[in-house]
Write a protein that binds this ligand. Structure first.
Ligand code: ADP
Ligand code: ADP
Length: 229
């Protein structure tokens, strides 16, 4: 069966305005499904429901056939890795932040993840730029650098289910292309949900879901959806 499944999911935040109005989709094992759509459509809300930052109002989210409400936080966090749009880092070294989720990783594995995410130069630093090894203040990490730390963490963790929520949105074009290929390598053969703004960034998805105003407006593959544009 599918590894990740949304069954008629309805959701609203504190105000009663409905954000998701009955969403159905599934991600089969090892496949990549992309959710695209305009800002405010409800894309990130989908990722938050999987990670249980919030719970559905109606319907259900299932992982391996189990309602996420019946899964312990620990096994949910082990099964699912997420690169969020805005990364908040612990006020500890970048190395600590990369290891978060896999403290057992070897130094070599940490260095390799840092290399792929292009943050090798500052793994001894704190998010505010203080370098713990040389005891000097460097540059405060930018949004893009924090995003690369989250990417390194996820590469290291290599979870069975991967959620990439506009995971390279804070990066410049050149860095984005390089890091995207590192992420593609992690996503290969893994159950992956990609959230993106533009259709052009999800060429490799097995299926693309177009979300508009909390509903699935269209679904198909890249060529098919481009043809309708
Ligand atoms: P997208 O990722 O497609 O841009 P989101 O899922 O982030 O959309 O948001 C969908 C809608 O929900 C938006 O209208 C947004 O303003 C609203 N929203 C998002 N987070 C919250 C929140 N914590 N409380 C109330 N409304 C929210
Ligand atoms: P926790 O394991 O503390 O429950 P979550 O798993 O809920 O944290 O958070 C989702 C992801 O967001 C984590 O895997 C981690 O990557 C990141 N994260 C959560 N809280 C923090 C934090 N305070 N500082 C840095 N990163 C965090």
């Amino acid at each position: 069966g599918p590894v990740l499944k949304f069954n008629n999911v309805k959701f609203h935040y504190d105000s009663n305005r409905e954000i998701l109005k009955g969403i159905d989709f599934e991600v089969p094992a090892g496949k990549t499904i992309a959710v695209v759509g305009p800002s405010g459509a409800g894309k990130s809300t989908i990722s938050r429901l999987i990670y249980r930052f919030y719970d559905v109002i109606e319907g259900s989210v299932e992982i391996d056939g189990q309602d996420v409400r019946d899964v312990t936080q620990k096994s949910l966090r082990t099964a699912v890795g997420m690169v969020p749009q805005d990364t908040v880092l612990f006020n500890d070294t970048i190395e600590y932040n990369i290891r978060y989720g896999r403290p057992d990783a070897s130094d070599e594995e940490v260095r390799e993840a840092a290399r792929l995410a292009q943050i090798s130069d500052f793994i001894e630093s704190l998010p505010d730029g203080f370098n713990t090894q040389v005891g000097e203040r460097g540059l405060k990490l930018s949004g893009g650098e924090k995003q690369r730390v989250a990417i390194a963490r996820t590469i290291l963790k290599s979870p069975p289910i991967l959620i990439l929520d506009e995971a390279t949105s804070a990066l410049d074009t050149q860095t984005e292309q390089e890091i995207q290929s590192a992420l593609d390598a992690v996503a290969q053969d893994r159950t992956t949900l990609v959230i993106a703004h533009r259709l052009s960034t999800v060429v490799n998805a097995d299926e693309i879901i177009v979300l508009r105003d909390g509903k699935i407006a269209e679904r198909g593959n890249h060529e098919g959806l481009l043809a309708q544009d």
